[in-house]
Ligand binder design. Structure first.
Ligand code: ADP
Ligand code: MG
Length: 632
């Protein structure tokens, strides 16, 4: 019989498995059990919609058996089984789901440690087996097939006999080596404990014929020596109670973590676990996880939010999006409710009143958990916010701010106060008595913002400035409009309300006196600016740009960077510092050399653009102007 080759990428994964020095090899059993359980689920699903499938739930099971002489460990299920094509396609290539994610994320680095922590699927059997034999008969088919492989060399496939549908996986366990003990995988107690550890919640019985010993009847009493006899007994190894149906004190942190990592393909323990039983308007168990890291495809279109939905312990939907608002889309987990019917369709679910109540209640739970974390575990929360804060900010912005009140107290910003995150409430509590606004400044980075000329006077007054470094920040804050009755104010737009009455009068006077100069400058710059004026925010710097109206210069940058044809433009004002020597120079040139004034005007505008991090129209011309000045 010809040996068929594995697909290239499968071969590499297989190589990794075979040569694995991973110490948690035991997870191979978890993988095989999970596949068997999937196959049982599939058959069960089919029975819900297809009357010809007479599989009743009670009959579905997974059986383990060990033959020490032959060194085999066999996993048998009576699930959906596989056809010849399926055997070849599913076992001859890296399977879709888990394994593929693994491959994408890790580009198959030779980092063996990762393997064991990840759902790597069927191939993990090769970590402990010298040969893997799969005998399978698909439901509804007469013929059965035997697939066999001794590793990277390839596999064979041939017809065989099998009395009923389902799959049998026979592992021929490797011989012990000097460093490695494989015999343990033929020990019933070892197997029992592996099942308890990883597969306890599997909802189908996992049984094994256990060899036991007992006192022979009539011995060990009345002065007779005790004699023992061996007998076998089929035992169910798993409790079948899913972890989320257990009470919290029955579940250890390790249980939660293992469950999470296995089920949601993460290497890292979750940051927070929310396990709750809810009764009332809706009755459900929820087990929710906030990951410690962003899921690898979180910011891509492929990422699908959603929770697994169980009706009375049976999975009815893998990613129920309606259970999570977008701003909590990073949450993983599941909901199990008695109030839902088993064969409810997706369309019906969307309109299900019960589901809506559950979704609302879950949203509240997540919010409460985050609020609690912010209050009691500040550092953990800050870690969370670094990872998922952007999502919350988008939540404030999206849907025209419909959820802003729900989320505003979960926001954090860095600020000029200290090198730490601040909540809006903390900002307000630190506001000076006479301070009118919550000040903020936008820019690409904290250091760029810190050096903005516009920030000088605000800081001088001792007012704190929130630093907005994410594109969405300003958009979100515009939705928020105010916090605790205090309006938000960009240091780069409009009137900052900083100057005293006296200073104001002085400025008005100067503005009046120099009206001709400013009009001239505006005319020189044309459409580039809406106006030129004296600044109320500059202290040592000569010029800056500010904006009028809802659209700021930062927002102009963000919007124009987006892939659409429509370009927007903020209403820009060029502001001149009246106490800077350059101002005096400008007034002089206005009277003596207007050609030169034009050139100065251009240069000041270009400088202001540079400070804002905006692209300048003609860098060569600017550079030439500077050089001309230098040789003057
Ligand atoms: P995954 O479970 O992530 O899809 P695996 O490598 O564990 O990846 O399994 C590959 C595929 O082989 C499964 O998706 C399934 O189609 C098939 N398979 C494995 N074991 C069984 C089984 N016991 N019964 C039916 N199909 C199975
Ligand atoms: Mg699998």
């Amino acid at each position: 019989m010809a040996t068929k080759q594995f697909k290239a990428e499968s071969k590499r994964l297989l190589d990794l498995m075979i040569n694995s020095i991973y110490t948690h090899r035991e997870i191979f059993l978890r993988e095989l059990i999970s596949n068997a359980s999937d196959a049982l689920d599939k058959l069960y699903f089919r029975s819900l919609t297809d009357d010809s499938v007479a599989a009743s739930r009670e009959d579905l099971k997974i059986e383990l058996s060990v033959d020490k002489e032959k060194r085999t460990l066999t996993v048998t299920d009576n699930g959906l089984g596989m056809t010849k094509d399926e055997l070849e396609n599913n076992l001859g290539t890296i399977a879709k789901s888990g394994s593929l994610n693994f491959k994408k994320e890790n580009e198959l680095k030779e980092d063996v440690d990762i393997i064991g922590q990840f759902g790597v699927g069927f191939y993990s059997a090769f970590m402990v087996s010298e040969r893997v034999t799969v005998i399978s008969r698909a439901f509804g088919e007469k013929e059965a097939w035997k697939w066999e492989s001794e590793g990277a060399e390839g596999y064979t496939i041939e017809p065989c006999d099998k009395a009923s549908w389902g799959t049998q996986i026979i592992l021929t366990i490797k011989q012990n080596t000097e460093e490695d003990n494989y015999d343990e995988f033929l020990e019933q107690y070892r197997i029992q404990s592996i099942i308890k550890k990883y597969s306890d919640y599997i909802r189908y019985p996992i049984t094994m014929e256990m060899e036991k010993e007992r006192l022979k009847e009539g011995t060990g009493v009345d002065g007779k020596d005790p004699e023992y006899e061996k007998y076998t007994e089929v035992e169910t190894l798993n409790s079948m109670v899913p972890i989320w149906r257990k009470s919290k004190d029955e579940v250890t942190d390790e249980d939660y973590n293992n469950f999470y990592k296995e089920k949601y393909y993460d290497f890292t323990d979750p940051l927070k676990v929310i396990h709750s039983k809810t009764e009332g308007a809706a009755t459900y168990n929820a087990l929710l996880f906030i990951p410690s890291k962003t899921p690898y495809n979180f910011y891509s279109k492929e990422y699908e939010k959603g929770l697994q939905l169980y009706a009375n312990g049976v999975l009815i939907m893998d990613k129920c999006a309606d259970l999570l608002p977008d701003y909590f889309s990073f949450v993983k987990g599941l909901v199990d409710s008695e109030d839902l019917s088993l064969n409810i369709s997706r369309e019906m679910l969307q309109h299900d009143r019960q589901l809506k109540i559950i979704a609302k209640s879950i949203e509240k739970k997540i919010k409460n958990e985050l609020t609690k974390m912010l209050k009691n575990e500040r550092e953990t929360y800050e870690g969370f916010f670094k990872t998922f804060g952007l999502q919350l900010k988008f939540g404030v912005y999206n849907n025209y701010g419909a959820n802003k009140d729900q989320l505003k107290d979960l926001l954090l910003f860095t600020s000029s106060f200290e090198d730490k995150y601040a909540t809006l409430a903390e900002y307000v509590s630190r506001m000076k008595e006479e301070q009118k606004y919550i000040y903020y400044a936008s820019g690409p980075s904290v250091s760029r913002i810190e050096h903005l000329p516009q920030a000088e006077l605000v800081k001088d007054k001792g007012y704190e400035i929130l630093y907005f470094t994410d594109d969405v920040d300003e958009f979100a804050i515009q939705m928020l409009m105010e916090y605790d009755g205090k309006q938000f104010k960009s240091i780069s737009s409009g009137d900052l309300g900083l100057e005293t009455e006296e200073e104001k009068q002085q400025l008005d006077k100067q503005t009046e006196e120099n009206k001709g100069l400013f009009d001239f400058m505006k005319e020189t710059l044309g459409d580039k600016v809406k106006g030129v004026r004296l600044s109320k925010r500059l202290k040592t710097h000569p010029v800056c740009l500010t904006s009028e109206g809802a659209l700021s210069i930062e927002m102009e940058k963000v919007l124009n960077a987006m892939p659409n044809d429509q370009k927007v433009e903020a209403n820009k004002m060029l502001e001149i510092n009246a106490s800077h020597p350059i101002f005096e120079k400008l007034t002089k040139l206005y009277d003596s050399d207007q050609e030169k004034l034009k050139e100065y005007c251009d240069m000041l505008y270009t400088q202001a653009m540079l400070i804002e991090g905006m692209p300048i129209e003609d860098p060569v011309a600017f550079s030439n102007q500077v050089c001309r000045l230098m040789v003057d």
